[in-house]
Design a protein. Structure first.
Length: 281
């Protein structure tokens, strides 16, 4: 049975459109993908990044914003209905580089949401929150965080921030632990962690509009043959992934020799992130 096929779609009869969506990190890899796709769900798409965004397109507002600047983030969030928060450092870096955008920035986004009455945030978390679990070990969204990096630590903080702002202020969040979202999987690990762009769009759409999500953690992963993640919480959103890494399996397994059994990249779900750094030694 296909995942979630036995449950009624929670979006049945629900209008999946709102007045203004804020997309942070819009100049990044997934930000560029969602910038094209989210416009169909809103009257105005407000896109933001610290990097240049180009000229705003029809139906867009483009604002360059440093997430570490609380006053700038407060102005950025004013007047939006939903926040899709992708902004921040997206690879492993020294803690001093991760801190401003990923930790201070996430706090600034949630605090601005509180001040301006935004009731829904879609937070781009990461599989690197649980990167020190072993490959082949199946875990669900309730598994204790085991971050594999400063980047993973920052995303674990973001998930806890989302929980705090729901418990204290009622701001609902869906924290999406994104696996590996690219046009196609690149290696053997991604055969398990790949998230296709169509499935990414479906999951974000559901995270924005499914009623009463409270604070939910889900895995951003497609319908791959092999997976380390029990994604039952995503099924509660009605998420039924339609893509799979399987079409690339034969080529990847032919072209990429298996790693040694004692290679950390082979042992742990976080892959190469578990071996990055230390920095500055």
């Amino acid at each position: 049975m296909t995942q979630a096929s036995h449950i009624a779609d929670p979006l049945d009869g629900i209008r999946t459109h709102c007045g203004r969506i804020l997309l942070t990190g819009a100049a990044g890899g997934l930000g560029r993908v969602l910038r094209e796709r989210l416009r169909r769900y809103t009257g105005v798409l407000r896109v933001s990044d610290i990097a240049p965004l180009g000229e705003p397109r029809e139906g867009e507002e483009a604002i360059v914003c440093d997430l570490a600047d609380a006053a700038a983030v407060d102005a950025l969030v004013a007047g939006v209905d939903v926040i899709v928060h992708l902004g921040g450092v997206s690879v492993e870096r020294p803690f001093e580089e991760v801190l401003p955008a990923n930790i201070q920035g996430a706090y600034n986004v949630y605090e601005a949401a509180r001040r301006h009455g935004v009731r829904r945030v879609v937070f781009a978390s990461s599989n690197h929150v649980i990167g020190f679990y072993r490959q082949g070990e199946v875990i669900d969204a309730t598994a204790a965080p085991r971050p594999d990096s400063y980047y993973g630590l920052s995303k674990a903080f973001g998930e806890q921030l989302a929980r705090f702002y729901f418990d204290r202020y009622g701001i609902e969040s869906v924290c999406v632990r994104i696996g590996s979202s690219f046009p196609e999987p690149k290696d053997r690990r991604m055969l398990c962690t790949w998230l296709g762009y169509d499935d990414l769009e479906q999951l974000v759409r559901r995270a924005m509009f499914v009623p009463s999500v409270a604070c939910t953690i889900v895995y951003g992963v497609s319908n791959n043959r092999d997976s380390w993640w029990d994604n039952a919480q995503a099924a509660l959103l009605g998420y039924v992934p339609m893509q799979s890494s399987e079409p690339w399996r034969e080529r990847i397994e032919r072209e990429q020799p298996p790693l040694r059994d004692d290679d950390p990249v082979r042992l742990f779900q976080g892959g190469a992130f578990v071996a990055a750094g230390p920095f500055g030694d």
